[in-house]
Design a binder for this molecule. Sequence first.
Ligand code: Z16
Length: 801
Amino acid sequence: MKDLKNTGSLAGAIEFHLAHSVGKTPDAASITDWRLALSRAVRDKLVTPWFDATHRTYAKDRKRVYYLSMEFLLGRILEDAVNNLGLEEEAKEALAAYGVNFAEVVNDEPDAALGNGGLGRLAACFLDSLSCLGIPAYGYGIRYAHGLFHQSFEDGRQVEMAEDWLRHQHNWEFERSECTYDIGFGGQVTETGSRAQWTPSDVVMAQAYDTPVPGWQASWTNTLRLWSAKPKKIFDLDPFNRGDYMQAAAPEVLAETISRVLYPDDSTEIGKELRLKQEFFFTSASLQDLMRRFLAHNGDLRALPSKVAIQMNDTHPAIAGPELIRQLTDIHGLSFEDAFDIAQGTLNYTNHTLLPEALEAWDVGLMTKVLPRHMQLIERIDDRLSRDVKKSETGVAPRIVDNGSVNMGTLAFTCARRVNGVSALHTDLMKQTVFSDLHAVYPDRILNQTNGVTPRRWVHGCNPGLRTLLNETIGTGWVNDLEQLEQLTPLADDAAFRIRFMAVKQENKQRLVDWVAETMGVQISPDAMFDIQIKRIHEYKRQLMNALETAALANAIRRAPDEDWTPRVKFFGGKAAPAYLDAKNIIWLINDIAKSVNEDPVIGDRLKVIYPPNYNVSMAEILIPAADLSEQISTAGKEASGTGNMKFALNGAVTIGTLDGANVEIRDHVGEDNIYIFGMTADQVQAARDGYVTQAHIDRSPVLKEVIEQIQTGFYSPGEPNRHRPVLEKLLRDDYFMVAADFDAYWDAQRQVDQGFADRDAWARMAVLNTARSGWFSSDRTIKGYARDVWGVESLLGDTT
Ligand code: Z16
C-alpha cells in the first residue's frame, strides 16, 4: 500500500488524541470520546496526501472542477474514511485493546444530513468518485448548523424535530477563520462612466470550513468547502452602550440565520427570501474563492474557461451566471459581452426534475430587492438570449423574465456551456418538454450523464459479506473498476456460488431482523421476502400504490390463509416535507395499515409491514444489503433518474418498477428476465391524461375497490372513519400520478414476484445477475463522462511528473 507518511501507529495516534484532543483517560472515555479520538487519528493520516494533491494541482496549473451544490448528503464520514484508507483492521484492533467495539464507535457518529435526498446524496457520491479518480475538484456548499429534520411518529403521524449534528465537536473539518468573503444584499446600483457599482445595504461574511475527501487509499484527496455565515460586526454598539444587549446582538443572529437550516423541501420550491439569500450566499462566496485562486496564477481572465469548470447542481446555484458576470464586469472591468462569453464557457448545469412545482422561479420584485445589480444583469442576459433566438429563427422565444418572475432553469440553461439530464429517458424528456424551445436554439447544449453511486460506500462499506465474497471470487479490483462485476455472470449458473451469494444476503437480512427487533421491538422472519421502498415520500413516487397493494394482499391472505403464500415483509422508509400535507397523510395511512396487518393473527408471518422512523443514509446502509425486492414504482416520466434503484441492484435485489428514469437503463443492463417491469410508459401516461377518470379504473379493479371501501369505512382507523378521507378524496378527484390506472398491473407484477421468489434457486440466479450487471452504475463511470464531455479535465492519478 501507498506510504501515507503517517504519524505512526493508529493505536498510538488514538491514545494521543484521546488525551490531547478530547482530554480524557481511557478509563473515563465514553464511546463518543473514542469516536472523536479515532476521527482525529484518521484525519491526521489524510493531511499529507491532501497537501500532496493540492500541490500537484498547483504545480501543473491544472484545470479544476468546482461542484456547486446546496446539498451534500454525506451521512457518516468516519467509517467511510477508515475504509478508503484501508485502516479497518488496525482500527478494530487498536480499540479492542481497550475493550472498545469499533462498530459501536463508528455507529455513534451522527449523519451529516446536509441534503434532502437523491440530489444531495448524488453530490456526495460524486465527491467520492472525483477523489478516487484523481480529478482536481472542490465541492462548494453550505455548512448548515441544522441538517434535515429528525422524523418520529406519534400515533402514526410524522413529527419533526430539529437536527443538531454539530452538538459534539465535528472532527473532520478545518475551520478557516482567515478565509472569508463579504456577501452583499439589497442596496443601490450607481453608474460611474460605463461601470456599474453595487452598494449593498446589508453585508454578511461567508467563512470557509474544509473537509478533506479522501479517495481510495488516499491516493488523491479533494476538498469539500462549506460556507458558514458570520456577522460583519458582532455587536451594534449603540444599543450595547444603552444596555440593550439583546438588540445589540441582533446583527449576529440575523447573519447566522443564513446558514442556520437546510430547507426540507424535496422537489418543491417555496420562493422564500431566505432561500434566495442562501443561494446567493454560497454561490457568491464560492465564485469569489475560485476567482482568487485563478487570479493567483493567471493574469488573463479570458483563460478562465480553460482552467475552471463549474457545475451547477440544479438551479439552486443558477445565480452563478449573473454573479460571475458581475465580478468580471463591475470588479474586473470587462464588457458585458466578454464577461458573458467567459461565464458561459465556464458554467454547466445539471437538471434533476421536470416537475413544474420544482422549477425555481423568483419573483422579480423580490430579486430586485435582494439582488438589484443581478436583476439588471438578468435582463441583459435575457436580451442576449433573444438575439440568439432571432439568429436561430426557431419561432417560439423562451424568456428568462416572464410573467413577473425570473425562470431560473432558463437562466441556468442560457448561461451554461453544457446542460445535462440524469438518465437517458429524463434527458430525452428535457428536450421534448421544458427545454424544447431552448434546445431548438442551442441544439448541441443538452447531453445525458446517467447518475451513478459510489461502490466504496454502497457495496464495500455497507455490505461486508458481499465485499468478502467478491474479493475471494474476482479479486479486489472491482472497488475502483466496478464493471469487473461482470465476471460474476457465468457464476449465476454455478449452484455453489449461488448458495454463497444467498448466504451473504441471509446474513444481511438477519442483521436487519436484529436491528428491527432492537429499535422497534417487532419480530420478523428472515425467511420472508424483504420488499423495500425507501425514498422521500412524494405522490409521484407512489408509496400510496404500494400501501394499497399491501392492504389488498392482506385481504387476500385473510380470505385464504391456508393458500401457499410467499411470506413478505414490506419495508417503507422516508420523510415528507413538513408542509407537504398530502405526503404526511400517506405516511399516516401506511402506519395505520402496518398496525392493522401486524396485529392480525390470521395474517401472521405471511405479511408484515415495517416503517422505521427517521430514514437516513445510515439506515439505507442497513436496509439495502438486506433487500430481496427493490420498489421503484414512480409514474413513468416523473422520476428523473433515481439512485436508490442502482444501490439495490448492486446489492443483489431484484427490481419491481416502471419504465422510469434510470430503471430503463437498469433493465437494459440486467436483462428483462431479471427485473419486474409493469405499468404505463411515459408516452402512455401522457396519452392517458385526456379523459382520465379515476373511478373508471377503480370500477374495473375489484381488488383496488375493496381496499378503497375499507379505508373509506374506517377499517384502518377504527372509530374514526374520516381519518383517511383526504387521501382518498384526492385520489378520486385528481389521480394525477395515475395510481388507479397502474394498480392492476402492479398487483399482477407482485404476484409474479411471489412466484419468482418461491423458486429460490431461480431467484438467486436473478439476484446474482443483478449484481453482476450493475457495475455500469458506478459514479466513477458517471464522473468520467462529465470529465470527458462536460468539463474537459483529466485525472492526475499516476501522473507523478
Ligand atoms: C432531488 O433529490 C431530486 C430532484 C430535485 O429536483 C430535487 C431534489 Cl432535492 C432527485 C430526483 O428526484 C431523482 O430522480 C434523481 O435521481 C436525483 O435527484 C439525483 O439526480
